[in-house]
Ligand binder design. Structure first.
Ligand SMILES: [Zn+2]
Length: 227
């Protein structure tokens, strides 16, 4: 796994297909740092923190979760600092915890080979609800680095949070651009809703979970072609 530097304030890790590990974001404010997504498991977040340590970057005080899916949220128990999610994401996590037993965990591991691989050798599945839950939108200033976290329409899930940095002109969008798991079918009206949101944002770069980095134009072109 590599760590990529987009600017003095923005970093992101390499994504991995085999274990479906998404790119994890890192925002370096003047006062504190924020991560975008916690990762697939404690192993994933530990590897990410090792990369931050190697770069001399302090561990995040906050971790924003882009949506409830396991590969983005199931390392929440192992993060440094506190986690933030919207209310829907938090409810999905609560729902998973309420169903969790041996049988349900077996089912979970069969949802996708990448999950079985991440949780091989009976690795415990530890799910946690968010420390901070927001509705609608949330503004955070990490020190000369304003961040707007907001709920958005997405064809992937109904609990998408986008993480927008107006000063840096960067967006972290999680998996918001893809269709639903596991068929990846996208409802065109939801994709249209997402396009309308993205068009309003003044941004140069867009960083998602499982794709190379996009410019705004590239991302919008791809989404419009998919409708
Ligand atoms: Zn997802």
């Amino acid at each position: 796994m590599n760590l990529y530097k987009l600017s003095d304030k923005i970093y992101y890790s390499e994504y991995e297909q085999e274990r479906d590990r998404p790119a994890l974001g890192y925002i370096k404010g003047d006062r504190f740092s924020i991560a975008v997504d916690s990762g697939h498991s404690d192993e994933h977040v530990k590897e990410f923190y090792d990369l931050l340590n190697k770069e001399g970057l302090e561990l995040p005080s906050l971790t924003i979760i882009t949506h409830w899916h396991w590969d983005h949220s199931f390392a929440m128990h192992a993060i440094s600092g506190l986690s933030i999610a919207n209310r829907r994401t938090d409810r999905y996590l609560k729902d998973f915890i309420s169903k969790q037993n041996e049988e349900y965990e077996k089912q979970f591991l069969s949802w996708d080979p990448s999950i079985a691989l991440e949780y091989r050798d009976d690795k415990p599945i530890i799910v946690k609800q968010a420390d901070i839950v927001y509705d609608g939108s949330l503004r955070i200033d990490a020190g000369n680095t304003p961040i707007i976290v907001f709920e958005a329409i997405s064809p992937h899930t109904d609990d998408a949070s986008l993480v927008y940095l107006p000063k840096e002109k960067v967006l972290f969008f999680g998996d918001a651009i893809s269709g639903v798991f596991p068929t990846w079918e996208a409802d065109p009206s939801l994709t249209r809703g997402l396009v309308e949101t993205l068009e309003t944002l003044d941004m140069d770069y867009c960083i998602g979970g499982h794709w190379p980095i996009y410019t705004k134009e590239e991302l919008l072109k791809q989404l419009k072609e998919s409708i």
